[in-house]
Design a binder for this molecule. Structure first.
Ligand code: GDD
Ligand code: MN
Length: 400
């Protein structure tokens, strides 16, 4: 019997020696080098995962693989069920993420946690046809592809029993995706694909990690032409559990598209902040009109009331949308509102003084007004991101 102890010490000194000693132990160890990782994002899939693991084992005979289930602290305790299996099968691992949600970010995290040279991503609800995995792996290896995408939109493939509305929605999403896609791929919305890990390491800093469309995110992050092959499959209908695709996921999709189009120019948060501000301006003018013209308040009083209304509205919407990942609640919400009032009042003062100054210096009124507006919104954004929402972001950073 080999001295396990010596082996351990050798490894501590030099990994190459460790590999050599592994080889000495017999070809079996070396040839079992990990070939494929299958990353499965889950949220409440307890009934489906054990079936999926069995099916993977049946179809991947002869492949050295591991399965990484990335579970977002499912209320049905999917993570617990997976741990039960993982305790006996070392090729199964589970990451239980706490305090976070999101399919795409879960996939990225799973991908970062494996040493396998190829990574497949598939849903945990049995809708993706696992029997094409060997073909996908073989294609990636033989043709040295960056991606092999399981497609529902090429010959031989089908949307299966996908509801008509979902097909329509999916087609709309596809049209929008073309706006940001460099590569030509028939099903960039697929949640089922295989990728060369070197590609992931290349683009990881540019991914958005928002929403459901991880493949689209990866493709749109590429800095060089991407080599893609496609394999047809039929999308199965879900038997147990339910889909997590809802309105919020739709919004996240738009967020992803915007981030990919503009994120490298202007922070997306600022764009959202400015959009909220623009709606606030309209609300301000509407309130002013009602209070001044119809309720006959003095202009000053009407103006003050309209300012409070629009600032409050802006705060609510920013807290809900722009800073949804750092949302303030309870006491923090009240403190946040007060600091927001304060910052924006100063912003308004800056706006007034700068635009008046510019006007006095002979700039046309429209430009003077716009300059004031731009300056005050940059000020409002900068100050509130540091004072109003910063603490929460920092706290979360620490927790994460
Ligand atoms: N970790 C984690 N966190 N997993 C999630 C989350 C989440 O917030 N939301 C959903 N999942 C998991 C589900 O448990 C499932 O395993 C998988 O992600 C897909 O979620 P579904 O809710 O079943 O999505 P779908 O069937 O409507 O759409 C899927 O398939 C389409 C076709 O491939 C998605 O993958 C779409 O992006 C894809 O277009
Ligand atoms: Mn599904």
């Amino acid at each position: 019997m080999q001295d396990v102890h010596t082996q351990g010490t050798r490894f501590a000194r030099a990994p190459e020696t460790h590999l050599a000693s592994l080889r000495a132990l017999g070809e079996a160890v070396v040839s079992a080098r990990l070939e494929l990782a299958i990353v499965v994002p889950t949220f409440n899939e307890r009934a489906n995962i054990p079936v999926l693991l069995d099916r993977l084992a049946a179809v991947l005979t002869g492949v050295s693989y591991e399965v990484i289930v990335v579970d977002d602290d499912s209320t049905d305790r999917t993570w617990e069920a997976v741990r039960g299996v993982a305790a006996y099968q070392q090729r199964v691992r589970v990451i239980r993420r706490v305090g976070r949600r999101g399919l795409a970010s879960a996939c990225l995290e799973g991908m970062m946690s494996t040493a396998a040279p190829y990574i497949a991503v598939m849903d945990g609800d049995l809708q993706h046809d696992e029997t094409i995995l060997p073909q996908m792996l073989a294609t990636a290896m033989k043709e040295s592809m960056d991606f092999v995408v399981a497609s529902r939109n090429i010959t031989g493939a089908s949307m299966g029993g996908f509801a008509k509305d979902r097909v329509r929605l999916s087609n709309l999403g596809l049209k929008l995706a073309r706006l940001i896609l460099p590569a030509d791929v028939t099903d960039p919305m697929s949640g089922f694909f295989l990728v060369d890990r070197r590609f992931i390491d290349d683009v990881i800093y540019d991914t958005s990690g928002v929403g459901f469309k991880i493949l689209l995110d990866l493709l749109a992050s590429a800095k060089r032409p991407v080599r893609i092959a496609e394999v047809p499959y039929t999308f199965r209908t879900r038997e147990a559990g339910e889909s997590k695709l809802d309105f919020a996921v739709g919004l996240e999709y738009l967020y992803l598209l915007l981030d990919k189009m503009l994120g490298h120019l202007i922070p997306l948060r600022f764009i959202l902040f400015a959009l909220v501000g623009a709606v606030g301006v309209i609300l301000h003018l509407g309130t002013l009109a009602v209070l001044y013209r119809q309720a006959h308040l003095t202009f000053m009083n009407a103006q003050v009331a309209a300012t409070v209304v629009s600032m409050t509205f802006n705060y609510l919407l920013n807290n809900l949308v722009t800073y949804r990942d750092a949302r303030l609640r309870g006491n923090q919400w009240i403190v946040g509102l007060l600091t927001f009032y304060l910052a924006c009042s100063l912003g308004a003062a800056i706006n007034l003084s700068v635009s008046a100054q510019l006007l006095a210096n002979g700039l046309p009124w429209l430009f003077a007004g716009m300059a004031g507006l731009v300056l005050s919104s940059v000020w409002n954004y900068g100050v509130t991101s540091v004072i109003t929402w910063r603490k929460r972001l920092v706290d979360r950073g620490r927790a994460g």
